[in-house]
Ligand binder design. Structure first.
Ligand code: DAH
Length: 335
């Protein structure tokens, strides 16, 4: 039968063990093991309380008081330890996650549009202001849209000028944006007033002025009563807007199967001595108009096709077309 002395001895033992146990509880998991071992339902403390039943009635009061004191002591020490641990882990976290706002930041470079995109948008905006709409067409074309509908029959030598990449016997990567004219005219009735920017492909060896992939902008205006004079006026407006005032313009005869007459357009910078070719153009051939169901006796039209790369090269003095597609940031950043 345990007496008061036994209880006191055990309390002293447990107090000693407890102090070590708490010191060893250096993290949340260890602290939880401590709680189970000392304060849990089957822990050291409740084992001691069980002895109380066997203590003699005279000593029971004092033994009970001592045990309560022990329980309060262990609980208090446990709580203090728990508070200290969570404070230090918070401090650790704050230290770990702190941000030094005085360090120089990571600066993300601001991108900008590629020079070709810029030139394309600039040209588009000039014609949008004149009342044209922007139309697009497929880059993989059928022979019909690329050639026949543009008045270039199968055996016509002009096909050689657009020698290109065939996907199958009857489909090919378009070598010009002119087939978009046909798509648009087939699906609308006059008046038609559009420009068509887009990528084109030709079986050209790459050099400073040729690239197998390049971009064109096509223009088409079909309405009653249009003449070469209207074409000239539109081009004069365009040249002034795009290149600036003071440029002179010259038409010379050319041949395209889809225009009659066909012209080559040259411009000359103020003070310059040589002419620069900027595009092919002409009055839409009556055969093309009747091919899409228009009446060439009633409506007439004009068209042109210009190279976007060439426009950019002329305006910015770029002398190698390959610079546009080599992804060299030193080049791209200049614009
Ligand atoms: N499609 C021609 C080419 O790629 C350019 C061209 C010339 C387009 C005259 C036209 C035009 O619309 O009328 O070389």
């Amino acid at each position: 039968m345990p007496d008061l002395k036994d209880i006191r001895d055990r309390i002293r033992d447990l107090n000693g063990k407890m102090a070590h146990g708490l010191d060893a509880a250096i993290d949340a998991a260890a602290l939880e093991s401590f709680r189970v071992e000392y304060l849990g339902r089957k822990g050291h403390l409740s084992q001691l309380f069980k002895l109380l039943g066997d203590v003699s009635p005279e000593e029971k009061g004092e033994a009970g008081r001592l045990l309560n004191e022990l329980r309060d002591g262990i609980t208090g020490a446990f709580e203090k330890r728990a508070a200290a641990l969570s404070a230090s882990s918070l401090r650790d976290r704050l230290l770990r996650e702190s941000v030094d706002v005085t360090l120089p930041g990571v600066s993300r470079p601001v991108g900008h549009l590629h020079p070709l995109t810029r030139v394309q948008r600039e040209i588009e905006s000039i014609f949008l202001r004149m009342g044209f709409d922007v139309a697009t067409g497929p880059e993989i074309e059928t022979e019909y849209y690329n050639f026949e509908a543009l008045n270039i029959p199968a055996d016509h030598p002009a096909r050689a000028d657009w020698d290109t990449f065939y996907i199958s016997d009857t489909t090919l990567l378009r070598p010009h944006t002119s087939p978009v004219q046909i798509h648009v005219m087939e699906s609308t009735s006059p008046p038609v007033r559009i420009i068509c920017p887009g990528r084109c492909y030709r079986r050209d060896a790459q050099d400073a002025t040729h690239s197998p992939v390049f971009h064109q902008i096509e223009l088409l205006w079909v309405e009653e009563g249009l003449s070469l004079a209207n074409l000239k006026y539109v081009l004069e407006l365009f040249t002034r807007e795009y290149f600036g005032p003071g440029y002179t313009m010259r038409f010379s005869g050319d041949f395209f199967p889809f225009t009659e007459p066909s012209v080559q357009v040259h411009i000359k910078a103020p003070g310059a001595t040589h002419w620069l070719e900027i595009m092919g153009a002409g009055m839409v051939d009556p055969a093309v108009l009747s091919g899409v169901g228009y009446d060439p006796e009633k409506v007439s039209g004009f068209a042109f096709g210009l190279g976007i790369e060439r426009m950019a090269m002329l305006k910015y003095g770029i002398d190698d077309i390959r610079a546009f597609l080599t992804n060299d940031l030193r080049f791209v950043r200049q614009f």
